[in-house]
Design a protein around this ligand. Structure first.
Ligand SMILES: Cc1cc2nc3c(=O)[nH]c(=O)nc-3n(C[C@H](O)[C@H](O)[C@H](O)COP(=O)(O)OP(=O)(O)OC[C@H]3O[C@@H](n4cnc5c(N)ncnc54)[C@H](O)[C@@H]3O)c2cc1C
Length: 397
């Protein structure tokens, strides 16, 4: 067996939640190790495009944001976690700015979009590469810190030991007083097993959740998986791509084969996805050239200026594939995207097991059974920071 390396705290995962947790623990004075399954850059967080929610609008507040989350979750979210999420959102944005994230601005303020299920314009963006910008800033700050980073070191065994935990990650063995699980969801594996497409990166396979469950940690809503309403359906190179929900925020509508609108484009995610499934099941969908079901997303309704500022990456990708979304509607169909549920946590992101923390997509409760767009990156940053701080404090005690 490899000689164990000793740290105050081990973080499992290098997405936004793991990076935020490791950074806040290191800043609280802890000796931190972070392991990633593959390269440090490989994660869902870096793929996130649309944006991150925070109540900055003059007609908005953290309470209104919390009500939107509660309603979109169909009153299944954990209200204590929702309150933490929305009340710490504005401050979280300022912290990200301190790390170098430049949110898109206009008229002296943030450019805010209204996303599905929201009653206010609340979505901040960095063009349509928001997750890339956030993870880059967090990663650069962590790389400049004393934390040690171990890529290609998948956690495969975790057990209690005297004074904390022993973890086997690839060829390494770690002893740590506290552990933060930030290993994301399982939609890549789930989609593969169902023979479906997924927006997720190949590391989203869920084995860390299984390890925690085997140790006795409690979970909730694990069966509640989310379909992104707008997976790319055609051309083939865009299949599985998540067309940013901001297309609909900036005016795109959903049309059936008769080019009729059939649903509120700014409804909650599950409602919009279900409306598309129902329309296709009723025989009012269209077929892609390779025989897949689809409906039209009428992106021609988006103003050119909005598209250029908030959707440049999407435009570039479609145009490179030979389709101009501002000149013709694009074909779309829901695609497996997000694990709504996960490990039960408290407000400090501690699981039901002492000294074991969880944050980001691996944790449940914040979104209940239906997450709103833009609240996952927020959850990663808010609860990642809390997890790191609390785990560092417990390691010191
Ligand atoms: C295409 C796409 C677009 C999205 N757009 C948005 C958006 O606009 N706004 C928004 O809020 N949310 C968005 N989301 C959702 C959001 O990005 C993710 O839910 C969130 O970033 C998950 O972060 P995370 O840190 O929990 O997990 P991830 O970012 O997935 O990171 C998980 C990490 O855990 C590691 N890992 C996994 N298993 C192991 C193991 N056994 N051992 C060690 N490490 C392991 C992985 O290697 C990875 O580093 C989007 C998601 C996708 C896929």
């Amino acid at each position: 067996m490899a000689t164990p390396m000793s740290f105050d705290l081990l973080v499992v995962g290098s997405g936004a939640s793991g990076l935020a947790a490791a950074l806040s623990a290191e800043r609280a004075g802890a000796r931190v190790a972070l392991v990633a399954k593959d390269s440090v850059q490989s994660c869902n967080s870096a793929k996130a495009q649309g944006g991150i929610q925070a109540a900055f609008g003059e007609d908005d507040s953290p309470d209104i944001h919390a009500e939107d989350v509660w309603r979109s979750s169909h009153e299944t979210a954990d209200r204590r976690l929702v309150e933490v999420l929305t009340s710490e959102a504005p401050d979280t944005i300022h912290r990200l700015e301190e790390l170098g994230v430049e949110f898109t601005r206009e008229n002296g303020g943030y450019r805010l979009a209204r996303c599905g299920g929201a009653t206010r314009r609340r979505l901040l963006q960095v063009g349509d590469r928001t997750g890339h910008a956030i993870t880059k800033a967090l990663r650069e700050a962590l790389e400049a810190s004393t934390a040690q980073i171990f890529p290609k070191s998948p956690l495969h065994e975790l057990e209690r030991s005297t004074g904390g935990w022993r973890a086997r990650c690839g060829e390494h063995v770690f002893d740590a007083q506290t552990v933060v699980l930030a290993a994301g969801g399982r939609c890549f594996r789930e989609a593969r097993e169902r023979g479906e497409l997924s927006t997720n990166h190949p590391g989203a396979t869920g084995e860390v959740t299984r390890i925690a469950l085997e140790l006795g940690a409690e979970a909730r809503d694990l069966d509640a998986l989310q379909y992104h309403p707008n997976g790319g359906a055609w051309p083939a190179t865009m299949q599985g791509y998540s067309i940013p929900e901001t297309t609909r925020a900036y005016g795109a509508t959903l049309l059936n084969a008769e080019r009729e609108e059939f649903t509120d484009p700014l409804g909650p995610r599950d409602a919009v996805a279900q409306a598309i499934f129902d329309e296709v099941d009723a025989g009012r969908g269209v077929e892609t050239p390779d025989g897949r079901p689809a409906v039209y997303l009428d992106t021609t309704r988006i103003a050119e200026r909005d598209a250029e500022i908030s959707l440049p990456y999407m435009l570039r990708r479609y145009r490179a594939a030979g389709i101009d979304p501002l000149a013709e509607p694009i074909l779309t169909y829901p695609v497996l995207h997000y694990q709504n549920g996960g490990l039960v946590i408290d407000e400090q992101a501690e699981t039901t097991l002492d000294g074991l923390y969880a944050c980001g997509e691996i944790a449940g409760g914040t979104h209940g059974r239906n997450r709103m767009m833009g609240n996952s990156l927020l959850e990663c940053c808010v609860f990642g920071r809390r997890a790191g701080r609390a785990a560092a404090e417990k390691a010191r005690a």
